[in-house]
Design a protein around this ligand. Structure first.
Ligand SMILES: Nc1ncnc2c1ncn2[C@@H]1O[C@H](COP(=O)(O)OP(=O)(O)O)[C@@H](O)[C@H]1O
Ligand SMILES: [Mg+2]
Length: 351
């Protein structure tokens, strides 16, 4: 019995994308099937290489094909083509498909730690990633990525990027000589931010993550107005006060009409490295409740972990130094959730 392309597509129609709630054939993810005798090959092109259900979908597709009468061999290749953000009126950055801002209303909640580990996670999952450190109050990204502070000053060809751990990095710290007191005023910040966004040759990027300064400062505002941000990830710790602050950040982005992907709870709990016991230092789960209250997605929780802190200090993020650890797995999981939210919002506004 010969197998037709229709048979193949009908079999694959049983597979639904759990975030987009439609089958993968009508979503256009399935590329021309190849049928050779009793062997079928298909390519499935997702909207992100960091898709949380990529492996599951591949296995399901293979099983659906093998269940077809006459099919003996099934090959399913997973690929990705990240959607280009269709932003509002702002000036797009050439080659950059999505800008994801990492924000908090308070310093010290782990915004930079999260930005760095998310960027490296997305790169390791196969995306082309950039990381822009826009935190004038403390440009920590170079240190956390293992790049010497003040490593780069503006040369004749302008400011460049440093590539580390598979991520293209640029920091406002590159333009501040070491020890410079940061007493920048609004207009200066606006200019610097514009320069960082638009004068740098980022090349082709699926995701450009921005580590924003904490709070509703001038830099956050300029950033949100200067660039078409696909969405914001709000980082919070579980305490009530931190959550109140997170709510303030959320309302600022709402006012600026910048979409929010969701909330991440950092330093959520402590896993004892010796006995594995979980201690809920700040009272765990608050950010999930706050996200619910604010009508936002909860993107995941990250443990308070000494190795994560060391990774930041030593310039070797935990997802690089211990990629198989549960802590790294938590970051990778959050990165997949963020990528999925980005796809869902792009899909909703465009395709
Ligand atoms: N999940 C975590 N576990 C342990 N230490 C963390 C964690 N997240 C952040 N830290 C540490 O807390 C401090 C503040 O984090 P940082 O990312 O610099 O915060 P922010 O950018 O919000 O000011 C740093 O020393 C960092 O290494
Ligand atoms: Mg920081």
């Amino acid at each position: 019995m010969s197998i037709s392309e229709q048979d193949v597509l009908n079999a694959l129609r049983t597979i639904e994308d759990p975030d987009l709630h439609r089958d993968i054939v009508s979503l256009g993810f399935v590329q021309e099937p190849e049928i050779r005798g009793d062997a079928v090959s298909v390519r499935i092109v997702l909207t992100t290489p960091a898709c949380p259900v990529r492996e599951q979908m591949q296995a399901d597709a293979r099983a659906a094909l093998l269940a077809l009468p006459g099919v003996r061999e099934a090959h399913v290749t997973m690929e990705a083509n990240v959607l280009q953000h269709r932003g509002g009126g702002q000036h797009a950055i050439e080659g950059v498909r999505n800008i994801i801002a990492v924000a908090s209303n308070k310093g010290g909640v782990g915004k930079s730690t999260v930005a760095v580990n998310l960027a490296v996670s997305l790169a390791r999952l196969g995306a082309r990633v950039g990381l822009l450190d826009a935190d004038i109050t403390g440009p920590n990204v170079p240190t956390m990525m293992g790049i010497a502070q003040g490593a780069q000053v503006e040369g004749e060809r302008g400011l460049g990027v440093e590539e580390r751990h598979g991520v293209k990095v640029c920091s406002i710290g590159f333009v501040l000589p070491r020890g410079t007191p940061v007493v920048w005023r609004g207009p200066m910040i606006g200019t610097a931010v514009r320069q960082l966004l638009h004068d740098i040759h980022w090349g082709e990027l699926d995701y450009l993550l921005i580590d924003l300064p904490p709070g509703t400062s001038d830099a956050s505002m300029s950033m949100a107005q200067e660039a078409p941000i696909s969405g914001v990830v709000v980082v919070s710790t579980p305490q009530d006060v931190a959550l109140e602050d997170a709510a303030k950040a959320v309302s600022m982005f709402d006012k600026l009409n910048v979409p929010i992907f969701g909330v991440i709870e950092n330093m959520s709990y402590f896993s004892c490295p010796h006995c594995g016991e979980r201690t809920e230092i700040f009272g765990h789960g608050g950010a999930r409740l706050a996200a619910d209250d604010l009508g936002l997605e909860f993107l995941g929780e990250l443990p308070l972990d000494p190795a994560t802190r060391r990774g930041g200090d030593e310039g070797e993020p935990i997802v690089v130094s211990a990629p198989e650890s549960p802590q790294a797995a938590a970051f990778i999981d959050v990165a997949r959730q963020v990528a999925a939210r980005c796809s869902v919002l792009e899909y909703a506004t465009g395709a």
